[in-house]
Each structure stands twice: as C-alpha cells, then as structure tokens.
Design a protein around this ligand. Structure first.
Ligand code: NAG
Ligand code: NAG
Length: 392
C-alpha cells in the first residue's frame, strides 16, 4: 500500500511536470490551451500510471489480492445458490449459513422441468432425462445468463444442499496464492488477471464441489499440489476421492494433508463451481444453443473430456453435499420413490453428515448458536441461584 501511495505521488509529480511542459509548449507554439494550475487532466490519467507502478508479480501484491478471498463473495464477483422455490427449509438453512459465515448468498430460483416449454428444450436431449434434471439444467443456465448480464468477471454457483469447512475463507486465500502462481496454466496471466483476479481467469469453470474426480490419463504431472491444513483426514474421504488423489500422484502419507489442482477431466455433481464470463458463454453455447446430452453435470464432464470446456478441479473439493437421509435430501426424486426410504425427515439437520471436507459449516453454526441461559446465570450471577428445582 505504501508503494502504491508513493508511486501515486510520483505519478502526480510526473503529470505536474508534463502539465507544466505542455503549458510552456502551448505558450511557445501559441496553442490556445489553458492547463489551469498544472493538472486538469490528472484524474483521467492516473489509473494507468498507478497500474504501471504496482509490481503485479510481487509477493506483496499477490498476498493482498489473495485476501479478497475473505470478502462476502469469497473473492468471486458474487455467490448465487439455486434452490427450488418451495424448498423454503433449505433457503432458511442457506440464510443462516450466510449470516454465520459473513457471506452474501443470492437466491436463484430453481426451475421445475414441467414449466419448460417443449420448444425451449434443447436439441438432442436424451429420452432418459428426467423432468427434474431438465429443470435443474434450466436453473444452472439461468445462472450462466445472470453472469453474462452483469458486469462481474466471475460467479460462484452453489446448490442448496451444501456444506463447507468452517475455515473456508482461509482455504480460498490459500487457493488464490496457489492459482496466482499456477503451474498448470497454458499461458502467462495477463496484467488484468494479475491485478484483479484472485483465481486467475484462464478457465471456464473452476470445479469446487465435485463428487467424482480424476485427471486425463493421457497426460502426466499436470497437477499442482500443496499442503493444506483444511483437508480432512483420510478416514473422512470417500474411496473415489482417495483413488483420485493416488491417480494424481499423491503418496499414501500425503492423502489427508494435501490438495490438488488439475485441469478438469472427470467430474460429477454440481454442488459448487465458479464460472468466468467466457465460461458462461461457452456453457450456454454448448449446453443450450447446440444441445443437451444428459444431466447438466454429465454434460459438463463430457465437454471437459472432449476438451471443449476449460476447467480446473480441486481435490479434495472445497464444498460437499450435506445429507440427512430420507426424502428431504433430493429434489430430483419424488417423495415415495423407493430409493429414498420411508422417512421424509431422515435423521434431521443436527445429525446430518458430509464427506470429503474437514469439519462442517452446519455443525459450526449449530455450535455458535447454542446457548444455555440458566447455566450462564449460575456462572455469572451465582448469588441468585438457590437450586429450588433440584431440591424439590
Ligand atoms: C509466487 O511467485 C512469486 C514470484 O515468483 C513469489 O515471490 C511468491 O512467493 C510465490 N508465491 C507462492 C505462494 O508460492
Ligand atoms: C470480492 O472480491 C472479488 C475479487 O476482487 C471482487 O470481484 C468482488 O466484487 C468482491 N466482493 C465484494 C462484496 O466486495
């Protein structure tokens, strides 16, 4: 910051000098320009000078940019979450989580497949696709459009059955530091990326909540690996995740300690992903304009494999699904579907579970809100306590 102020002063001095020179010149060659007290055009020019004077490659600048991960949109432009309008229970949960973690989560209504006009269904949709999957695709497509209609660089898209590690902002700061020095990029970051984009912009999709992982077997060592204290213990990782980490080249002792960034190839579940403007364009183009070949996450992974969509995945993921058991767990199957079991409620929110992430935002929220008023009185105002209830 000091460097920025100093360089601003230097830039002002330079401009002042330029202004003076121009004034003298205009007097000499008789141009009818009045520059006023040296710098009337200063404000229009300074941003360029400041950008030039900040060392965008310096560790100081990188660290400062990485702290944007702590803002209310985790360093992305905004965060939206998709939720069926009638799942007010899940919206309540998202609202609580947002408030607990200092995040701004914008509700983006889910779409019922039956509300999509036959003419609006993309070409090439397979017959097996369920109406609910079609609705799910539409809701995600609306999120892509939302980004294109905005002036943001990136958007983080969440589904409403999500959980994350309570240290999530630190996780993203670490991810930003890694991605700013990415070893799996195809090109050097532009000055714009270095200046403004905590996670770079050289991707269509940054896959943050995949439930299946794996790199392209045709390529070797296309991974970036780092120590991350927020990776869960090996016994909280799914078999699939452990296998994927091994395929990325991690030794057994590294599993449960390290996180991996790799070009997206094998993915599943759209629990959480970020998109860039170019990503939103490409998704809307390939999965609406051209056609849709399966559920939205299946089609994305097809496009990754074919190399027609450029993504990165994080393994283990940063976000995971939160499960309670029973019919409340999915809006993809109707209550009464035998796969859901008998119960609507399952085990209840306080007994829910996740996998692949360390701790639980939901558990941490429950802990934060727990209170025992009478124990507090006993502790803080012991003289008022007579214990009548116990002695009765
Ligand atoms: C990234 O690279 C820069 C310049 O090479 C270096 O100063 C910085 O320490 C690196 N950051 C990380 C997190 O490795
Ligand atoms: C959070 O940081 C990102 C990256 O700098 C930025 O685009 C976004 O506007 C910030 N969000 C808020 C609410 O300041």
């Amino acid at each position: 910051m000091t460097a920025r102020i100093l360089s601003k002063a230097a830039a002002q001095f330079a401009l002042g000098a330029t202004g003076l020179l121009a004034l003298i010149l205009s007097m000499i060659i008789g141009l009818n320009i009045y520059y006023g007290p040296f710098m009337p055009i200063r404000s229009a020019l300074i941003p360029t000078f400041v950008a030039d004077s900040v060392d965008l490659k310096s560790a100081t600048h990188q660290a400062a940019l990485a702290t944007h991960a702590h803002n209310t949109s985790l360093g992305f432009g905004e965060i939206v979450y998709i939720s069926m309008p009638d799942r007010t229970d899940r919206q309540d949960a998202m609202n609580l989580l947002a408030y607990t973690f200092g995040l701004k989560l914008k509700f983006l209504p889910g779409v019922s497949g039956a509300d999509i006009s036959t003419k609006a269904i993309p070409d090439e949709v397979p017959k097996r696709l369920r109406l609910s999957e079609l609705g799910c695709w539409r809701a995600h497509a609306n999120a892509w459009r939302y980004l294109l209609d905005s002036n943001m660089d990136t958007l983080l898209v969440l589904e409403d059955d999500i959980d994350w590690n309570p240290n999530v902002k630190q996780t993203f700061e670490t991810l930003s530091l890694q991605m700013q020095n990415s070893t799996v990029r195809l090109n050097e970051p532009s000055d714009y990326e270095r200046a403004n984009a905590p996670y770079g912009l050289d991707w269509d999709i940054l896959y943050l909540g995949s439930c299946k992982h794996g790199g392209n077997p045709d390529f070797k060592n296309l991974v970036q690996v780092w120590d991350d204290p927020d990776v869960p213990d090996v016994n909280h990782l799914t078999k699939t995740t452990i296998e994927a980490l091994k395929s990325f080249g991690l030794a057994n002792v590294e599993i449960g300690k390290k996180r991996v960034l790799a070009p997206a190839y094998r993915t599943e579940c759209n629990t959480a992903y970020a998109i860039t403007r170019q990503g939103a364009q490409r998704l809307l183009f390939t999965m609406s304009y051209i056609g849709l070949h399966g559920a939205v996450d299946e089609d994305m992974t097809r496009l990754f494999r074919e190399g027609r969509l450029k993504g990165y995945t994080i393994t283990p993921p940063v976000f995971s699904q939160f499960r309670v058991g029973g019919a409340k767990d999915t809006d993809n199957k109707l209550p009464g579907d035998p796969r859901l079991g008998d119960s609507i409620n399952g085990k209840g929110n306080l007994r829910g579970w996740n996998y692949d992430i360390k701790g639980s935002a939901r558990q941490s929220m429950a802990d934060t809100l727990e209170v025992n008023v009478w124990d507090d009185y006993k502790r803080v105002r012991p003289e008022t306590f007579v214990g009548a209830k116990e002695s009765r």
